[in-house]
Ligand binder design. Structure first.
Ligand code: HEM
Length: 257
């Protein structure tokens, strides 16, 4: 009797942590996606020419605000992005299958369900695992060598530093992961709230692919540009790019002499 009363009166305390972790994972994911889209647009400045990329690199070092470059600012941004990335990944790990058995069970379920979102989730787990390795290597490089960003320095790293295979894999992994992530966020939080949820989902899936393909194509063109410059510059590795305006200034006094 006593035991019965004890059980019936006690309501289990509501654990808010799963919901909190979910919100933190979504928020950090959203910030990382926005960063990645901005990052790809900035890195692709090389497609506009070496001077454009040089301008962007010096801008992030604060050259146009402080009169001289402070590469430490880039290290600071890389550290901030890494913290976001680590928080996002550590929270996401709790949802990943933990053993070969769990992966096999998930694979069998996804094959029997044949629901596109289940397959997308698996793709997100795989790309997420790849990112943990590749993004960490890239961020570490940016953090420790912040001054080595520029038309020649970056291209030398891509070609002579043999970073291009990793960038190629990183590009596909990050753009697929970001596209699926933003789609899942939209579905989870019910935005946009269309009258016909099935039609909205179809539009969101299409939009997701359009965005991923756009950034993958932009990334491939960008990588090709760095590779081209890196090959042309491979016998002068270490030399830094001098922008056209400075080259003209340097040439002028020589001509006057
Ligand atoms: C503050 C942090 C970051 C900085 C300063 C930065 C900067 C750069 C720069 C300058 C390049 C051109 C190649 C080079 O110089 O090595 C590059 C390439 C690339 N970065 Fe980042 N990056 C950062 C973070 C990230 C993160 C977090 C990711 C993905 C998770 C990422 C993905 C890529 C990819 C895929 C490429 C190759 C782009 C292409 O297709 O050409 N970057 N990054």
């Amino acid at each position: 009797m006593q035991i019965q009363r004890k059980h019936s009166l006690k309501t289990p305390a509501l654990n808010l942590w799963p919901a909190r972790l979910d919100i933190i994972q979504g928020a950090t994911g959203l910030l990382l996606v926005v960063f990645m889209w901005g990052h790809m647009l900035l890195v692709s400045s090389i497609l506009l020419g070496k001077d454009a990329m040089y301008f962007v690199a010096r801008l992030f070092e604060g050259q146009y605000f402080f009169g001289r470059p402070y590469p430490l600012l880039v290290s600071f941004i890389a550290a901030a992005v890494f913290i976001l990335f680590a928080v996002h990944a550590l929270i996401a790990i709790r949802r990943m299958p933990g053993s070969y058995r769990e992966y096999r069970a998930f694979w069998q379920h996804s094959r029997s369900l044949r629901h596109p979102d289940t397959t997308l989730w698996l793709l997100q787990v795989i790309t997420g695992l790849l990112l943990m390795f590749f993004a960490t290597v890239h961020l570490y490089g940016m953090f420790t060598h912040p001054a080595d960003i520029g038309p020649y320095a970056s291209s030398d790293r891509v070609v002579s530093g043999v970073m291009w295979p990793m960038y190629l894999l990183l590009l596909f992994a990050v753009e697929l992961h970001a596209g699926i992530g933003i789609y899942r966020l939209a579905i989870k939080w019910g935005w946009p709230r269309g009258k016909n949820p099935r039609a909205t989902r179809r539009i969101l899936i299409r939009l997701k692919w359009v965005i991923s393909v756009f950034f993958i194509v932009l990334g491939l063109l960008t990588l090709a540009a760095y590779i081209k410059i890196g090959i042309e510059h491979s016998d002068q590795v270490g030399e830094r790019y001098v922008p056209a305006a400075l080259q003209a200034q340097e040439a002028k006094p020589a001509k006057d002499k």
